[in-house]
Structure formats: C-alpha cells, structure tokens
Design a protein around this ligand. Structure first.
Ligand code: HPA
Ligand code: ZN
Length: 346
C-alpha cells in the first residue's frame, strides 16, 4: 500500500496514454489463442509473465507484436476492450483515450473494420452499462514508412466519427517525427487531433520535431525533455500535456528505480505531466498501480496527487465546454473525497 492509496483509489481519473493491445493479459492471450487455433511459444501464464523482462523498448515491442497475433475477430477486439474498460472502471477512471495499432493487424489479414467495430461496440456497451467514457486514437507504427501510414489514414477517413486523433508509436530511435510530416499534416487537415510518442528513448530533438514539424496537441512520455532547458521553457509556455507512464519507464529501463522518476521535477518546472499505464499487462499495473508506485517511491504530498490527476483531465481531447464540465466534476469529486476519505497525511 502506498501512503495515499485510498486517496488515489477514490479520486476520479482520466487515462490518455494506453495501447489497447498492451492491455492483453496472459490469460486472455491463452484463451484467444485457443479460440482461434493459434499455437503460442509459451506453455503457461507464468511462462508468459516471466518473459516480460525487458531491457529496452524494442525488447518489449517484439513480444507486444507477437502477443497481438491472437486478435483476429471482431469479438476478440470487443473482449479486449471490454476487459480494459471494466478493469479501469474499478480504478475509478471516468474517461479514457485509447490507442490502437491497425498496422499491427492489417498485414495479418485482420480488416480495419473488424478491429474498429469490436473496439467501438465495447466502448458503447461499457458507456451504457457503467458510464465510463472512451475515445479512440489511431497510431501509426513509426518503424514502417510514411506511405504505409498514408494508406492507414485513408482507411480511417470514413470512420472520423469514431476516431478522435492520430498518434505515433513503436520503435522511436532512428524514426524521428519528421519522417511523418506529410501524413500528420493531412490528418490535421482532416480534423484529427495529433499526438506522438517523443522523448521516451529518443533525444529532446524528437520532442522539438513533434512540436514544430508535426504540430502535435500533446506529447506522449516526453521524459527526455528535461535534458534541454529551452525545451522545458517551451513546453511550460505552451502548457503542453506530457502523458507520463511510470511503470513503463521502469520496466523499459528509462529509469533504474522509481525513486529516480522525473515526474516531480516536471511538476516543479511548471510542466503538465499526467499519469498513465501505457501497456498495463506488460508493465505490471493499471492506473492506480502507476499512481501508487510513484507515491510510494517519491513520497507524494496530497497536492501532487491532485495536480497529476487533474492534469489527466486537462490533457483530454475534448471540446472546451466538455472539458470545463469534466474539470468541474473533477474538482467536485476532489471536494467529496477530501470531505469523506480518511487520509494518511494532513
Ligand atoms: N512505446 C512506443 N510504442 C509503443 C508502446 C510504447 O510504450 N507501447 C505500444 N507501442
Ligand atoms: Zn505508449
């Protein structure tokens, strides 16, 4: 238990950096493999978990792409999304923006619509059944070329009502944001919000490129921004949201221990970090686990927990009216929590 575990649990939260394929738990990996007649190179759930010992991003991605091969039918995508939404509903996540990777499915013969229809049907059912709200962000795989991303964007154009934005993920080093300049410009012109992973493993220059060449609306990760004072100033001036993923940073060895996590320094430098799970099945935890891991290692003050949770709502890709309402609800939720919850620190 972290010092503010109860507070973390009861706070309303927004998660805006989660790859749905990275929420595939080993148990579901096995059940979908069986359902679809796919053989896996693992004998048991424990063997799978033992394999989740990564040295870097690429190490993880190799398993991530292997894992998603069990996703084949509309029902598979439905089950995956439903399991994630039920799980984070239990963490009191009220709103979530969720990445999906069509280019991880199309080459396997899994259609864009098969994937999108299943994800979307689960979102609709969960919203109706327990009120959680979710939006979809389509990511481009940056290790592939821009022409492939352009073709993927073409497929998304008829689904604008179900996709709020586009993102950029996969192997960062050697694949700078500028490689995707044209497809991001077209996505912007088509009305999509823009976001890119930058500064997870890549240098500060990749964050500059995401801002100045792609024109993103927020940055995924952004940890390495702290190496560049001018960039920190720019991010602060722009009030640019940074979607930070603590357990991911630890498991992919961006930091050697959670006590070294830069998130407090980000807050102190007037940046706008929020807390997210990235790939919760692979990195050992969902939203509250990420908050609690930080809380334990950095000995948070209550104000820091509130600021990080509020930043999650600030980061949302919603119109200003809806966002103001969500922030009002968050502030009201905080007041309720403060009035009711037993707290470990005054
Ligand atoms: N980083 C980059 N690409 C990804 C990740 C990540 O953590 N997860 C899924 N795709
Ligand atoms: Zn990510």
């Amino acid at each position: 238990m972290s010092p503010h575990a109860q507070l973390i649990k009861s706070l309303p939260k927004a998660e805006v950096h989660i790859h749905i394929e990275g929420s595939l738990e080993p148990e579901m990996l096995f059940s979908l493999a069986q359902r679809n007649g796919i053989s896996l190179p693992f004998g048991s759930v424990n063997e799978v978990r033992d394999a989740y010992d990564f040295s870097n991003l690429q190490d993880f991605l190799d398993l991530y792409y292997q894992g998603m091969s069990v996703l084949q039918t509309e029902q598979d995508f439905y089950d995956l999304m439903r399991a994630y939404l039920e799980r984070v509903h239990a963490d009191n996540v009220k709103y979530t923006e969720i990445f999906f990777d069509p280019q991880g499915h199309l080459p396997r013969g899994v259609g864009f619509d098969t994937c999108l229809d299943g994800l979307w049907r689960a979102i609709g059912d969960c919203e109706r059944e327990f009120g959680i709200r979710a939006k979809l962000i389509m990511c481009f795989l940056r290790h592939l070329d821009e022409a492939d991303a352009e073709r993927t964007l073409d497929l998304a154009l008829v689904h604008k009502d179900r996709i709020i934005g586009v993102g950029l993920d996969s192997s960062e080093l050697g694949h700078p944001p500028e490689k995707f300049k044209s497809v991001f410009r077209r996505a912007r012109d088509e009305g999509f919000k823009l976001v890119a992973h930058a500064g997870e493993e890549g240098p500060p220059d990749y964050i500059w490129q995401a801002l100045d060449i792609l024109g993103v609306d927020r940055i995924d990760h952004g940890n390495r921004a702290l190496e560049d004072d001018a960039l920190v100033k720019r991010l602060a001036a722009d009030k640019m949201s940074l979607t930070v993923c603590p357990l991911s940073n630890l498991r992919l060895r961006g930091i050697s221990q959670m006590a070294d996590h830069p998130i407090r320094r980000m807050l102190d430098m007037d940046l706008k970090p929020c807390v997210n799970s990235d790939d919760p099945s692979y990195f050992g935890g969902y939203m509250n686990d990420n908050f609690s891991a930080l809380d334990k290692a950095l000995d948070f003050k209550e104000d820091e927990v509130f600021a990080l949770a509020r930043n999650g709502f600030e980061a949302m890709f919603l119109g200003s009216d809806e966002k103001s309402k969500a922030l009002e609800n968050f502030d009201a939720g905080v007041s309720t929590v403060m009035a009711q919850a037993p707290r470990s620190q005054p």
